[in-house]
Design a binder for this molecule. Structure first.
Ligand code: PA5
Length: 451
């Protein structure tokens, strides 16, 4: 069976087995808090059973929407930010051939996915609107609260263009809202307009929502198999819940090792991959762990790198800079394609010693060489291996990270499901923009600015 695996041999110079075993009861307790819903944030545990609770009707409905729309459109715009954006992009980028966006859409292909509402860049939005003018497109506006500024601004702009381009009826058919069941401005607006809507369950927070329609709709629209994604997550759910041995339970082991390293002063975790299509998986992971653990003046700072690219830049710091780092590497065991280094009779570049070798073989040796150098330089490495980049293995990876994050947060004694710190910037921005109700904060901020 294709099972995700954790390898901790490159942490052994830093951690001994007794330290791991000392976490046994704490981890058991953390799992109990998750499965019995007795820990902090227990009203946000809906993600635990999403792989089993997502019914066939929802999947079929998503596929029907995809089939109906993809006949008509070239581009699908996913509007959302944070947890309402990163999970979909992580899976789509991991599975996508990056050069497909240069190809024309043919009848057999799925629409190109583009993103909006994940920033407030005027130039990005202008260029996107310009691009969409010439395209047949539809939109998914994804926001649990329905009030987040970035997606709301992007949606307003795109909707205005759609109304001009398509008129009211067709615009209505081309907009899908993914939002809260009943609360929130987007839900009310969508119902009033008659948009197709999908629900984000109340008990699933943004960063844990990729296996709800938040992720499933865009991923299916991009042409990927969401049932296989959920099956992979289901497989991992069962594997984690049935495995009591700490060394064989990947979520337990990863959570324990990172907490031990943190307590030894390793306060930055760098998630690395030697596969460029995992960049957004790392972005999603950064949000998941950063928002879940970074609170009450605690938490590991999650950073990300793409190797070997970043070995030629950040590699210097990782090897020789402040010793507060550990690396976790997502290792993809098998590439999807075969490619070997060609033989060249002139051998001016001296590469004939590699002729006939797979590029992936060279990449794996780069990984091993880097890890050995890092360990020697005081930077441990945790390896997270998946067999290959397909929906089933990515489903496992996602569920593994979600469960590890919840366990790790409880080991750190924080609520892994809230994000009080995210509000601070929003309140300041609203006050500075003059939003009604924020007058006092505006006065305070202006006083600080003009001091
Ligand atoms: O994880 C989170 O809660 C956040 O990243 C949210 O997903 C993000 O702020 C977007 O929120 P909303 O879906 O309400 O627009």
């Amino acid at each position: 069976m294709n099972t995700l695996k954790i390898d901790i041999k490159h942490t052994r110079d830093f951690i001994n087995p007794e330290e791991i075993e000392a976490y046994s009861d704490l981890v058991k307790n953390a799992f109990k808090m998750i499965y019995n819903k007795t820990g902090a944030g227990n009203n946000f545990l809906g993600w635990v059973n999403l792989p089993t609770d997502t019914d066939n009707d929802t999947i079929e409905d998503i596929y029907k929407t995809v089939n109906d729309l993809s006949k008509e459109i070239e581009v699908f715009v996913v509007i959302g930010i944070g947890g309402s954006y990163l999970g979909a992009r992580a899976v789509i980028d991991a599975l996508n051939n990056p050069f497909n966006s240069f190809k024309a859409i043919s009848e057999n292909r799925h629409p190109h996915i583009v993103y909006a509402g994940h920033n407030l860049s005027q130039d990005y939005l202008c260029e996107l609107l310009e691009f969409l003018k010439e395209k047949e497109y539809a939109v998914a506006v994804v926001s649990k609260s329905g009030t987040t500024t970035e997606p709301a601004v992007a949606f307003r702009l795109i909707k205005e263009q759609m109304l001009k381009k398509y008129g009211e009826e067709k615009t209505k058919e081309r907009i899908i809202a993914v939002t809260d069941k009943e609360k929130g401005a987007l839900k009310m607006f969508s119902d009033a307009q008659g948009y197709k809507t999908y629900i984000i369950p109340d008990d699933v927070g943004g960063r844990y929502s990729v296996l709800t329609p938040v992720g499933l709709l865009p991923i299916a629209m991009a042409g990927y198999d969401i049932s296989a994604l959920l099956n992979g997550a289901h497989f991992m759910l069962e594997h984690i819940s049935e495995t009591t041995n700490l060394y064989e339970n990947p979520a337990a082991l990863y959570a324990i090792i990172r907490n031990i390293l943190y307590r030894k002063g390793k306060s930055v975790e760098i998630m690395a991959s030697y596969n460029s299509s995992l960049s957004y998986m790392i972005e999603w992971w950064k949000q998941l762990f950063g928002e879940s653990e970074g609170k009450e003046l605690k938490g590991i700072f999650p950073a990300g790198v793409n190797f070997t690219t970043d070995l030629h830049s950040l590699g210097q710091y990782i090897q020789d800079g402040l010793r507060m780092l550990f690396v976790s590497t997502i290792n993809v065991e098998k590439p999807l394609h075969n490619l070997t280094v060609p033989y060249d009779p002139d051998n001016i570049d001296g590469l004939n010693y590699l002729a006939g070798r797979e590029i992936d073989h060279i990449n794996k040796k780069a990984y091993l060489g880097t890890t050995l150098a890092h360990v020697e330089g005081g930077v441990p490495n945790i390896e997270i291996s998946i067999k290959k980049l397909d929906e089933f293995n990515l489903g496992q990876l996602i569920y593994f990270f979600e469960m590890s994050c919840a366990v790790s947060g409880y080991l750190l004694q924080v609520n892994p499901f809230d994000q009080p710190g995210v509000e601070a910037y929003k309140n300041n921005m609203f006050a500075l923009l003059g939003k009604p109700g924020y007058e006092k904060l505006n006065d305070d901020l202006m006083g600080r600015i003009n001091k």
